[in-house]
Design a protein. Structure first.
Lengths: 348, 156
């Protein structure tokens, strides 16, 4: 039995003091993510004479990663506080900061059913979904996003995330990501500086401040397929949760970054159609200029995340070769940024 | 050395894809392997990267900045034109890495200066700089191995 299994058994036993014969099984380490460490496991325990099996996911702070420095507590508090909201977010009962338990802070959430389709071309070059799956999923994801944006964050006690003041959501996000780029200590390409100058000039005031997922996109959605039914069963990876302009989440979701070489945003529908679905679900009109602003910011944000990875690799804090590869991928993002700024034709 | 570097890299890549990949079942391990292959496929081109492409980038930036300065002068903003031209004269002629670093820094500063300039003058001066950014992005992409495996890597 691994040390991790023993530690987790001790942790779960303390959470289920009345359970007898508690065992942790099926422990798996998921390293496909680029950021937090993720483990899944099953907890077996005797309850009322029957053996009960529940499935859990443990998210632990990594030693190095794309969103360092890490603090898992805000996302835990949001996920925990979203209990009861009609959103496919995992129930997240526990957060543990004591290093004696798993060495680094972690939280535990229920494992939701489904698989994570990725924004890559399938064998027919048409993304991960069939036409009928796209038709079923597109409204569901935008309904989920609208439901998230409708959450009364003040009433749920999420003001600790830091509400933008005086309508400065846009400017605050630009500075957040510019600062992250600076901290990576990589030389910034002129195309990035040009975009930052433009973003700072065009960051306009806003009235609407909502709870944003921050990374709402294909790749962070769990989908179940059963016969003719395709269902969005989970929204994962809440580490970039914050308060801000709803257009930011929409622009990130429809960004060219997640189109998997298809003409469809999130491999689901033409971008305008997905935006329309959101508008219908939320009752909110999105200004196209504002969306364009956040689409440019989305690329800057991705470049900042990649820069952190490249930096971690360069400094020997990670051996994950995928971080080294970002060095090449950033070149593609520079071209996309040039296109969104109007210097190159936009890809379809 | 009997094996040329390009052949060596090609051979390692082939071996990884043909001999190792089919025996790997874990998604994480496959992700690492695809990443390794992509790094190897680009290594030779990165070695080529040293001089000529940097000189090309510096030359392209210089001509874009000169064109922008000329347009600023036409748009009655001679002061900013002089400022840009003065920076151009301060670039080191060698080594190329320093020259291209100076070119990038001047471009970055120029975007900031234009943001503060009268809108009409700035609008006149931006297109040559934007054209340089576009051309540079295309040049950079052309130096990556074609048929990228990046999408495979994102499978994890």
């Amino acid at each position: 039995m691994s040390d991790l299994t023993v530690r987790l058994e001790r942790f779960f036993a303390a959470r289920f003091p009345k359970a007898a014969g508690l065992r942790v099984t099926d422990l798996e380490t998921h390293t496909e993510g680029f950021s937090q460490e993720t483990f899944s496991c099953t907890v077996e325990r005797m309850l009322g004479g029957a053996r009960e099996r529940t499935h859990w996911v443990v998210k632990r702070e990594p030693t190095a990663g794309l969103l360092e420095p890490y603090d898992l507590e805000p996302e835990f508090r949001v996920l925990h506080g979203l209990a009861g909201v009609p959103l496919p977010a995992p129930a997240t009962p526990w957060f543990e900061r004591d290093p004696a338990v798993l060495e680094r802070p972690f939280y535990v959430m229920e494992r939701l059913p489904g698989e994570v389709p990725l924004p890559v071309p399938g064998p027919d070059g048409d993304g991960p979904f069939t036409a009928s799956e796209r038709t079923a999923l597109a409204p569901q994801v935008m309904d989920a996003l609208a439901a998230l944006h409708a959450v009364d964050w003040r009433a749920r006690g999420f003001a600790f995330l830091g509400a933008p003041t005086c309508g400065d959501s846009a400017a605050r996000e630009v500075e957040r990501w510019a600062d992250r780029l600076d901290r990576s200590s990589l030389e910034l390409a002129p195309v990035v500086i040009e975009a930052l100058v433009w973003l700072r000039r065009h960051a306009s005031d806003d009235a609407d401040v909502v709870l944003l997922h921050g990374d709402f996109r294909l790749g962070n959605w769990l989908v179940t397929r059963s016969g003719e039914t395709t269902r969005l069963s989970g929204v994962l990876d809440w580490e970039m949760v914050h308060l801000g302009d709803p257009a930011e989440d929409v622009a990130w979701c429809v960004s060219h970054l997640w189109r998997g070489q298809t003409p469809r945003a999130a491999c689901l529908a033409p971008p305008a159609e997905l935006v329309q679905l959101y508008e219908r679900a939320s009752g909110r009109r999105l200004d196209p200029d504002r969306l364009r602003f956040y689409e440019v910011l989305a690329i800057v944000k991705m470049l900042a995340i990649m820069s952190t990875g490249v930096c971690a690799f360069r400094e020997g804090r990670t051996r994950d070769l995928r971080m080294a590869l970002f060095d090449h991928q950033m070149v593609m993002l520079h071209a996309l940024l040039a296109a969104l700024r109007g210097w190159l034709p936009l890809p379809p | 050395m009997r094996i040329a570097v390009e052949r060596l890299l090609e051979g390692v890549t082939q071996t990884l894809l043909e001999q190792v990949l089919p025996r790997l079942e874990g998604r994480a391990a496959r992700g690492q392997l695809f990443a390794a292959v992509e790094v190897l496929r680009n290594l030779e081109r990165r070695a080529d990267w040293v001089e000529a492409p940097l000189a090309e980038e510096a030359a392209s930036a210089e001509s874009a900045l000169r064109a922008a300065a000329e347009r600023l002068r036409d748009a009655q903003d001679a002061a900013l034109a002089v400022r840009i031209e003065a920076r151009l004269t301060s670039w080191p002629s060698a080594p190329t890495t320093d020259r291209v670093r100076a070119a990038r820094a001047t471009l970055c500063d120029a975007f900031g200066w234009l943001d503060e300039a009268p809108p009409a003058a700035a609008a006149a001066a931006r297109p040559p700089l934007g054209a340089h950014l576009a051309a540079q992005a295309v040049r950079d992409i052309s130096r990556l191995a074609p048929g990228s495996l990046l999408e495979e890597v994102s499978r994890g």
